[in-house]
Design a protein around this ligand. Sequence first.
Ligand code: B16
Ligand code: MG
Length: 211
Amino acid sequence: MRKYDAVIFDLDGVICTTDEYHYLAWKELADSLALPFDRQYNNRLRGVSRIESLNLILALGERQYSDEEKQAMAQKKNDTYRRLLERMSPADVSDDVLSTLKALKEKYPLAIGSSSRNTKFILSRIDLLDFFDVIVDGNDISASKPDPEVFLKAAAALGRKPSLCLVVEDAAAGIEAAGKGGFDSAGIGDASRLEGATYHIEKLSDLLGIL
Ligand code: B16
Ligand code: MG
């Protein structure tokens, strides 16, 4: 008997490498503020909402900013990020990811559970907007990862209990969110070294040995 009934994928850092574009866009902003932001610190931002990410970056300095100033900075970062996303195409999905998604789609309903408000734009750039059965993103939630809301909404839309859905994540916040929601998780990349993940995978096709 199979263990899972459905699969919920994080987007940035799992389906595509937009995590790198987030880093480049935040780096540009942090450099303009002379804040010591680097790739290691960037790992803390994975899965965390835009405004919470900005607060983590601003915590690297002493200065306090008003809400209006923060909104302007978040908007500036998103403008830079969107310019990077506009260069994306279906070629930005690796063969490993695409073949794995196609193989899994024959056996399971598939969902996206992302904190990003740019999810649908990204999926349309890489030609996967109509591929997933369910998409829950940053526009649908009030609390971002590590709160489990995004995954709970995806499971509800799939009509499956959390214990029967496997969450695939690249972020510490996402692995924590899965655990809090009662989901098993597969950690990929940096998350694959996190203790909270049920499984540790190096590449997406490793899922085919689990599912
Ligand atoms: P946006 P995921 C998350 O997406 C990213 O990992 C995180 O770095 C980003 O701050 C967040 O989305 C919000 O993204 O600014 O596009 O709304 O990993 O949950 O797919
Ligand atoms: Mg991610």
